[in-house]
Write a protein that binds this ligand. Structure first.
Ligand code: MOS
Length: 727
């Protein structure tokens, strides 16, 4: 019997306000820290005048230059260290990006401190800055030349140039995607208390271990003296994936003043002084037979990074595996610009790459006179074309077929502009597919079964709103048959298990591998059968000799070496896959959308979406559906609204707040229909689960663009598509 799906276990606590986020904490004696940020994108700060700020009542300290060696750089996450960037502001006079902090003001009340920060004055020596791709001074490098081998090498299989030259039908086009901000509702920030022997940090982060080890490196102290507590985040989306610069300053202030310190970034600082999705340009060429079989493709990408760090571009891993294309060349270049190091934002590479690829595939379908669903079905593959090994599971064709049925796709008139409502409204039906890798990471899971019948699960996971608490609770309840009130979670807190970065849609599959292995060990310890309800867990524990029973599991991804566990304890990244020694694992989606466009005023609305997903077994139906709905909303925002408008004069973004950075609100939302294929992927892990968080967004923007083409006959290759593009 399938147990009834669990409702979100923390829903009540969240909607009634009893969940405490970092900024909600007001310990006794709390001081406030506020940043003053640079108003130029590049150059030197030659003088910082802090006198007016220091004279402001309530201000206790203004930090504009750290003592030598007081704070070291934590290093860059993607170079194997811990930070969002290797830039460590306040340690020298360089300004590398607009919004780089130049002073930290600490005071008694928030109001006094904000005023103090406003009074900090600086003089700069400006240098010309490159802010966008194509700006003068932007430096373009081959990614393969600057990243270690195995990262960003590109893809080269078969002979793409030659097969393109020989192809009957050719599509060649350029696609442009803008910088975007992850804009989580909960801003980045911390409450820090550094007492004699311990540094305690409350901060919503996707990577508590990196904060612990990065702070230890920055401050020159033992990581074991640092506790990071991140039980809940108000959204992460990649913006909280590593250590930011602010945390160490709050720690320094707390140590110098002997009081707890709260430092929360303003909304504008969230846009300027944290990571954003970088601008990327894509050139796609597809070559096909007249019958629609894709024989060759190339995908060339230019992606923005900063001068300081090589934020990797990994678009072509996805685009080379989406279809069974035998001749494929994918090549990526990094463009160094004067911005904060860009960062991960939901489906960081797959969303832009899918907009390019899936629009091009729609263009190809029209060029071949084929239905776009049919064309995709024809180009499906069971084999990873890059490695020649099988996919662990791939149910893309079922997603396409089921989605067509749910949407009534066969009622579509294929010619652009052919479908009109009686009032003249243009109707567009478009579709696209998507995929997202299913990587896994190492985990340590500790269970404590108490004589009171409670089971405490300590493992590496951060609850960002995606539902990992519900997923773990549901897994335990379904396995042991104990009441859900008896399941206690200890996650996002470095006092428990190591807290590996939660990102890349690897959380559920990685954590459940550990939880199930630990539960199996618990059953052995308690002399219970390997499956089935265990009855009264407290009695089972009491029947064994100890007061509480402890078990532990160390788990790794398929084929992952044991040193992953060592790296896990050092706060490092242990990502494995989606290319594993014996197979490649991806999740899949097919999206179908209907748009309406008013004929005169050119108002575009997405009125309905149907998305069908293959993400293996669905661990938690309630939170999985919610994740996908959220992903669809993200895709909608990416297609029609979200763009950081670069300020060409001073750097940064003109729309650096939630009023001007447009994201979908409830009134923008279509009817969102979902379905899961639900076939377990038992090659990847015993739980049968694949990735879910990000795949739901992949391809959605292309499906909308394709629907707009169907409505109007006009092809959009640049996002977002806004009213002025539709006139
Ligand atoms: Mo997600 S962009 O991998 O946090």
């Amino acid at each position: 019997m399938t147990p009834a799906p669990l409702a979100r276990v923390d829903a009540r606590a969240k909607v009634t306000g009893s969940v405490k986020y970092a900024a909600d904490r007001v310990p006794d004696g709390l001081l406030y820290a506020v940043l003053t940020c640079a108003s130029i994108p590049r150059g030197r700060v030659i003088a910082v005048d802090t006198s007016a700020a220091e004279a402001q009542p309530g201000v206790l300290m203004v930090l504009s230059r750290l003592e030598a060696d007081e704070v070291q750089s934590a290093g860059y996450l993607m170079a194997g260290r811990f930070g969002m960037t290797s830039v460590q502001p306040l340690s020298d006079d360089r300004i590398s990006y607009r919004g780089q902090p130049i002073a930290v003001v600490v005071g008694q009340t928030l109001h006094e401190t904000v005023e103090g920060a406003r009074l900090v004055a600086a003089r700069y020596e400006s240098e010309p800055a490159a802010l966008r791709l194509g700006d003068e001074g932007a430096e373009t490098v081959d990614q393969a030349d600057v990243l270690p081998p195995g990262m960003g090498d590109g893809v080269d299989i078969g002979d793409a140039q030659r097969a393109l030259a020989d192809a009957d039908v050719l599509v060649a086009a350029d696609y442009i995607l803008p910088p975007q901000s992850p804009a989580p509702m909960e801003p980045i920030g911390c409450v820090v208390d550094w007492t004699a022997d311990r540094l305690v940090v409350h901060e919503g982060t996707q990577n508590a271990s990196a904060l612990r080890h990065g702070l230890a490196q920055q401050l020159g102290i033992d990581p074991d003296t640092i506790d990071i507590r991140s039980p809940f985040l108000g959204g992460g989306f990649g913006n909280k994936i590593a250590l930011g610069a602010h945390t160490a300053w709050a720690a320094v202030a707390s140590r110098r003043l002997g009081r707890p310190v709260k430092l929360i970034l303003t909304r504008s600082q969230m846009f300027l002084a944290t990571s954003a999705r970088p601008e990327s340009h894509h050139r796609i060429r597809l070559g096909a037979t007249r019958a629609g079989r894709i024989v060759a493709a190339t995908h060339d990408v230019d992606q923005q990074t900063s001068r300081a760090d090589n934020y990797p571009a990994d678009y072509v891993s996805y685009s080379s595996r989406m279809y069974g294309i035998e001749n494929f060349r994918g090549h990526e270049r990094l463009v160094r610009t004067d911005v904060h190091t860009p960062g991960f934002m939901r489906a960081p590479w797959e969303h832009p790459a899918s907009f390019a690829l899936e629009t091009a595939v729609d263009e190809l379908a029209y060029a071949c006179g084929l239905d776009p669903v049919q064309l995709r079905l024809m180009n499906d593959t069971a084999t990873d074309p890059v490695t020649g090994r099988p996919f662990s599971s791939r149910h893309l064709s079922e997603c396409l077929t089921r989605g067509s049925q749910m949407f009534d796709w066969n009622k579509r008139s294929p010619e652009p502009g052919a479908m009109r409502a009686s009032d003249g409204t243009h109707i567009g039906w478009g579709m696209a597919a998507g995929a997202y890798g299913s990587p896994t990471v190492a985990a340590v899971t500790h269970l404590r079964a108490g004589p009171d019948g409670r089971l405490t699960v300590s493992t590496g996971a951060h609850e960002m709103g995606q539902g990992i608490r519900t997923v773990i609770t549901e897994a335990v309840v379904n396995d042991l048959g104990i009441p859900l009130e008896c399941v206690v979670l200890d996650i996002g807190d470095t006092r428990g298990a190591p807290q590996h970065i939660t990102a890349g849609s690897w959380g559920t599959v990685s954590v459940l591998r550990g939880v199930h292995e630990a539960l199996a060990a618990l059953r052995v310890r308690l002399h219970l059968p390997p499956a089935g309800p265990v009855g009264d867990l407290g009695q089972r524990v009491a029947a064994s000799s100890s007061t509480a029973v402890h078990v532990r599991a160390e788990t790794r991804g398929p084929g992952q070496p044991a040193e992953a566990i060592t790296r896990l304890y050092q706060g490092g990244l242990t990502k494995q896959g989606p290319v594993y020694p014996e197979f490649t694992s991806y999740s899949y989606v097919a999206h179908f959308v209907e748009v309406h466009l008013t004929p005169l005023t050119r108002q575009l609305r997405v009125v309905r979406t149907v998305s069908v997903l293959d993400c293996g077994r669905v661990a938690s139906p309630v939170t999985a559906a919610s994740q996908v709905r959220g992903a669809v909303v993200w895709g909608l925002g990416a297609a029609l609204q979200e763009i950081c408008e670069v300020d060409p004069r001073f750097g940064g973004f003109l729309n650096d707040d939630l009023a001007a950075y447009s994201v979908p609100v409830n009134a923008d939302l279509p009817s969102i229909e979902l379905s899961f294929i639900g076939v377990p992927d038992l090659a990847l892990s015993p739980s049968g689960i694949k990735s879910l968080g990000e795949v739901g967004m992949v391809g959605l923007a292309a499906a909308i663009g394709n629907a707009v083409f169907h409505a109007t006959g006009r092809r959009h290759r640049k996002l977002p598509i806004r009213t002025d593009d539709l006139l």
